[in-house]
Write a protein that binds this ligand. Structure first.
Ligand code: TXA
Ligand code: MG
Length: 316
């Protein structure tokens, strides 16, 4: 347990919140939709800390929050319809999911290994001032414990996360009170990935055609799809060492020459490296199997093992 700082919505509060975020600490902050639990999106360990604080047993991709429309467009490659939507509704309660640009420095843990990244530009003054002060994308899921409802007041955040995060920036209650609408793109189609604070009618008016909806419950939580990210190479889990025809990804020391998710055996570091290392090994495997050493089933190890089991599962 630690003391969670309560920061006022003034210059010194914003300054302190930005300072903490830039040091890799976690800060909850209000947006016009709900409070987000923020961490530096370019810092894998900070992102791992978000999952840790929420007590989330699996990795769900997170939304990267930025201060203005240009920064948003620098992170993802939006199709024509996406550009129109960004112009019409950013800043605002709209999240757009599109291919992550290679030059974006967002950690692989933010996207949970996906090629696409979710981006949002909040409209409320306080988060925008904070994001400007940070100058980097901030990853933020809703600032509640896993499985609880989203917080719309600083007190709600503290109910679940007091003692688990560095600070909460208190901006009073959120105007919209409902999470952002999330849209994705497939060819010409605009898909509703999650209905939310921006009405679909408004979206359709801008793109000039109807949106498509995924079956409720089928794809709303991509983190729960069995094969949402699987390397091309087969995986062998709980391996003690590499056999001929395998590349080895270890946890902890004792593996000369092999890659280790965390030489010190720290779960947050392992989580921060997981997707980047899997991508890397997948690229060099050339038909070989990726053997992965045992990871303890506690804390973030639960989410790491969950993801590894999905990656190792027969492909659908
Ligand atoms: O209003 C909001 O959107 C709030 C505030 C804090 O910005 N954030 C929020 O985050 O609701 P969260 O983590 O509770 O929900 C984000 C949703 C998840 O359902 C996740 O699966 C989806 O966004 N998501 C994120 N990245 C995605 C991607 N690359 N593809 C598909 N869905 C994605
Ligand atoms: Mg949530």
């Amino acid at each position: 347990m630690r003391t969670t700082e309560r920061l006022q919505p003034d210059y010194s509060g914003i300054d302190r919140a930005a300072e903490l975020l830039l040091c890799g600490e976690l800060v909850a902050f209000p947006t016009e939709t709900v409070y987000g639990l923020g961490g530096d999106a370019t810092n894998g360990q900070a992102v791992a800390g978000i999952y840790q604080a929420k007590g989330r047993p699996s990795f769900n991709p997170l939304i990267a929050h930025v201060a203005d429309v240009q920064q948003g467009m620098d992170l993802i490659a939006l199709p024509e319809a996406g550009l129109k939507l960004a112009e019409a509704f950013w800043p605002g309660p709209l999240t757009l999911v599109a291919p992550k640009k290679p030059e974006s420095e967002v950690s692989g843990l933010v996207t949970a290994g996906l090629e696409t990244l979710a981006v949002r530009v909040p409209s409320a003054d306080l988060p925008r001032a904070l994001l400007r002060a940070v100058g980097r994308p901030v990853a933020a899921p809703s600032a509640n414990l896993s499985g609880r409802i989203s917080p719309t007041r600083a007190e709600h955040v503290l109910d679940g996360l007091d003692g688990r995060i560095a600070a909460v920036l208190d901006g009073g209650s959120c105007d919209v009170g409902l999470e952002s609408t999330i849209l994705g793109f497939a060819g010409e189609d605009v898909n509703v990935l999650r209905p939310g604070g921006l009405a679909i009618e408004q979206v359709e008016a801008v793109i000039g055609r109807p949106v498509t909806s995924h079956d409720e419950g089928r794809i709303t939580a991509p983190g729960q799809l069995a094969s949402h990210y699987a390397p091309r190479a087969p995986l062998r889990l709980n391996a003690q060492n590499a056999q001929p025809g395998e590349v080895f990804l270890s946890f902890g020391e004792g593996s000369t020459g092999a890659m280790s998710l965390s030489p010190e055996g720290e779960l947050a570091e392992a989580a921060a490296n997981l997707f980047d290392y899997l991508h890397l090994l997948d690229d060099i495997a050339q038909g070989r199997t990726i053997a992965v050493g045992p990871i303890p089933e506690r804390g973030l190890g639960l989410a790491i093992n969950d993801r590894l089991r999905r990656a190792a599962a027969p492909r659908s």
